[in-house]
Design a protein around this ligand. Structure first.
Ligand SMILES: C=C1C[C@]23C[C@@]1(O)CC[C@H]2[C@@]12CC[C@H](O)[C@@](C)(C(=O)O1)[C@H]2[C@@H]3C(=O)O
Ligand SMILES: O=C(O)CCC(=O)C(=O)O
Ligand SMILES: [Fe+2]
Length: 329
């Protein structure tokens, strides 16, 4: 299991508002200025929190209770939904290349027509219904946010990003993570331990929509390499810019590096929708964003090519490096 050294956890910053400890951008989706704030947050952090999001709280609590029921089953029952190849139930092992974390999870494909994993606990229909309601509502919100981004960037059409998620062939993924409280021998600072729940990485897709219960542990990496703890808020969503959106905006929006540290006392449950394009979609900077002969920072690739390369990488790798264009001197 991966543990951080003591100095490494001490350099983690805790949520304070000052020049040294910036506040996480907060976007109220009901406010008219939100499009400009969304753009600023994507440029500075690649991460923000949204309120007044329109996702019924009942959908959230119903899915959370189904997830808790699933993760409370005996391991032998949960393993009927695994191993993840790449979809299904997984425990500690993340991906196929040796990454491990203090986490168990259920990874699901959200493509239309392709069923979720065949085994979904004791009452699969109830679980499936909670998943469908939640994913539809979160996808709708993700598309609204992508349209605000287009408005804020002053590019047309406003569905230039959202159409990729709305496409019937959109390759989107859904993940439920459960981080049990960590064992007694871990070092603890402010309730967070030095035990890695989910190692540092950026998400490969366009946008990720994350919701967790009220247990801390999520951290984002700031420009100076320090880690900022994200105070949990079970009624809000956190939005991550993914690698593909970084490319579509030619590096103007930054995909955010993030990780989860296990909590000493409480279990953490998170649910993440990863909005991705169709596999055949060409990913390259949008011409409408390339002003004044700006050069593309990336070689063009399809989402299939990026995904294939991502699945061969380790979690912490910089996956975009293989697709960067070498600047002409
Ligand atoms: C180690 C890995 C797990 C991952 C595929 C990868 O090879 C590299 C990217 C990882 C990641 C991070 C974001 C999402 O949780 C995820 C589902 C994704 O699309 O990329 C995971 C992959 C996974 O857990 O299979
Ligand atoms: O569980 C979380 O809060 C974040 C997990 C994550 O980053 C991921 O699943 O890609
Ligand atoms: Fe992630």
């Amino acid at each position: 299991m991966v543990v951080l050294s003591k100095p490494a956890i001490e350099q983690c910053s805790y949520m304070k508002t000052s020049a040294l400890f910036p506040a996480i951008p907060l976007i109220d989706l009901s406010k008219p200025d939100s499009k400009l704030l969304v753009v600023k947050a994507c440029e500075e952090f690649g991460f923000f929190k949204v309120i007044n999001h329109g996702v019924p709280l009942e959908f959230i609590s119903r899915l959370e209770s189904e997830a808790i029921k699933f993760f409370s089953l005996p391991v032998s029952e949960k393993e009927k939904s695994g191993p993840p190849n790449p979809f299904g139930y997984g425990n500690k092992s993340i991906g196929l290349n040796g990454d491990v974390g203090w986490v168990e999870y259920l990874l699901l494909n959200t493509n239309q027509g392709s069923p979720f994993v065949s085994c979904l606990g004791k009452n699969p229909e109830k679980f499936r219904c909670a998943l469908n309601d939640y994913i539809s509502a979160v996808k709708k919100m993700a598309c609204e946010i992508l349209e605000l981004m287009a408005d804020g960037l002053k590019i047309q059409p406003r569905n230039v990003f959202s159409k990729l998620l709305k496409d019937e062939q959109s390759d989107s993924v859904f993940r439920l993570n459960h981080y049990p409280p960590c064992p007694e021998n871990a070092q603890v600072l402010n309730g967070i331990t030095n035990l890695i729940g989910f190692g540092e990485h950026t998400d490969p897709q366009i946008i990720s929509v994350l919701r967790s219960n009220n247990t801390s542990g999520l951290q984002i990496s700031l420009r100076d390499g320090s880690w900022l703890s994200v105070p949990p808020d079970q009624n809000s969503f956190f939005i991550n810019v993914g690698d593909s959106l970084q490319v579509l905006t030619n590096g103007r929006f930054k995909s955010v590096r993030h990780r989860v540290l296990a909590n000493s006392l409480k279990s953490r449950v998170s649910m993440i929708y990863f909005g991705g394009p169709p596999l055949s979609e060409k990913i390259a900077p949008l011409p409408s964003l390339m002003k004044n002969h700006e050069q593309s920072l990336y070689k063009e690739f399809t989402w299939f090519e990026y995904k294939r390369s991502a699945y061969r990488s380790r979690l912490a790798d910089n996956r975009l490096i293989n697709f960067e264009r070498i600047a002409a001197s």
